[in-house]
Design a binder for this molecule. Structure first.
Ligand code: GLA
Length: 383
């Protein structure tokens, strides 16, 4: 049974009665523009056909009760006097808290939560949960949905409540994506455009099955290095430095910081070039930009691991592959490949075997369809 149906059926057994709304928010894969979001730069992620779902019914007493299908666990909290705790409910509490901080009147609900975004793989299962929760609160509290505002609420929940220092990319694409399209986002202005995916090309997410601890500290270290570089150039963020200025002055930068900055500055340009390639349907150019992005993330930004390098190399040598790169924060998790749709079966089996031989790990493959951002469906009429 698909998860949207499962959350509805479980609602009846857990709470009795029918749920009123079905909220849904997708995970994402980033096509290109890695680690550029917190540098006020450009990104080109795509919402995937895997999501978090909540079947819910409003409550009038300011309480939220949620049952998680994955954890087979029920949690309950009051919207007055929210307290930090541990586990999956923190994302929902964090969103409730930020909605209140934003001055919105927030009401409670009973809900069943389910999802099929793999956790910890770098496909943004947490952003999906945050935006599904925001959709749920918006429905019962009857406030209008504003994608950029809700994405910022989700990001703040993650930064200030959960304690993860992420940028805005994951929440924005989960909030605002359009089916069939990637989201070209300016992370400074939050302006975005929907860019159609070229015909005949499949987006294949390749999970290395490796996870690395200490991702947060390595991520924060990269952020600090980027900030140091921006300070050196005398600008608010690396977004404001072009390649010419970089080349003219970078000789005076400490080597590691210089390479971090070079990645961001060249990656921003690659995003702009990738958008142009997508618009003209030039998949060869798009693939080349993927490959260049991976090299830059491996050598300059140093956020790949051996497994990511191996799976990307295995994909890149396959004749059906236009290009491949690591995706997300890095250090393990997933890579993404652009593959000729007609040759997908052969691509997956060959890359799986090649990767197994080189790394000893079993990869997981997800062929992802570009899907719609967070949505809400009214199932029954309530008063
Ligand atoms: C994580 C963060 C994003 C972004 C990427 C790297 O996914 O949540 O905000 O910084 O890493 O591009």
């Amino acid at each position: 049974m698909d998860i949207s149906k499962q959350v509805i059926t479980t609602f009846k057994t857990q709470f009795g009665g029918e749920p009123t709304f079905l909220a849904r928010a997708p995970g994402r894969v980033n096509l290109i523009g890695e680690h550029t979001d917190y540098n006020d730069g450009f990104v080109l992620p795509m919402a995937i056909d895997r999501a978090a779902w909540i079947a819910l019914h409003p409550r009038d007493d300011g309480r939220v009760r949620v049952y998680s299908l994955d954890y087979e666990e029920k949690a309950e909290f009051s919207l007055d006097g929210l307290h930090k705790g541990k586990g999956w409910t923190e994302y929902i509490k964090g969103v409730a808290n930020e909605l209140k901080v934003a001055g919105l009147q927030v009401k409670g609900w009973d809900g069943i939560l389910g999802g099929d975004v793999p956790k910890g793989a770098g496909l943004s299962s947490s952003a999906a949960l945050e935006l599904a929760a925001a959709r749920a609160f918006a429905a019962v509290s009857k406030f209008d949905w504003n994608s950029a505002q809700m994405a910022q609420i989700g990001q703040k929940a993650e930064n200030r409540w959960v304690g993860v220092n992420c940028g805005i990319m994951d929440q924005m694409v989960s909030a605002a994506a359009q089916a069939g399209h990637a989201l070209f986002l300016d992370c400074r202005s939050l302006e975005y455009e929907h860019v159609p995916l070229p015909d005949g090309v499949a987006v294949v997410v390749m999970d290395t099955s490796t996870r690395r601890g200490l991702v947060d500290s390595a991520y924060n270290e990269r952020r600090a290095q980027c900030e140091a570089a921006a300070k050196f150039f005398g600008v608010p963020a690396l977004r404001d430095v072009n390649l010419e200025e970089f080349n003219a002055k970078s000789g005076d930068l400490e080597n590691t910081v210089m390479r971090r900055a070079r990645h961001i500055i060249t990656e921003n340009q690659r995003v702009l070039d990738a958008v142009a390639a997508m618009r003209t349907g030039n998949v060869q150019d798009l693939g080349r930009l993927f490959n260049e992005s991976h090299t830059s993330l491996r050598d300059d930004f140093e956020v790949t691991n051996e497994a990511l390098n191996q799976i990307v190399a295995a994909a890149q040598v396959h004749p059906a592959c236009f290009g491949a790169r690591m995706t997300g924060a890095g250090f393990g998790g997933c890579a993404v490949a652009l593959v000729d749709e007609k040759q997908m079966g052969g691509f997956i089996s060959t890359v799986a075997e090649n990767y197994r031989q080189h790394s000893g790990f079993e990869a997981q493959f997800y062929v992802c369809l570009p899907s719609e951002g967070a949505s809400i469906v009214q199932l029954t009429i309530s008063d």
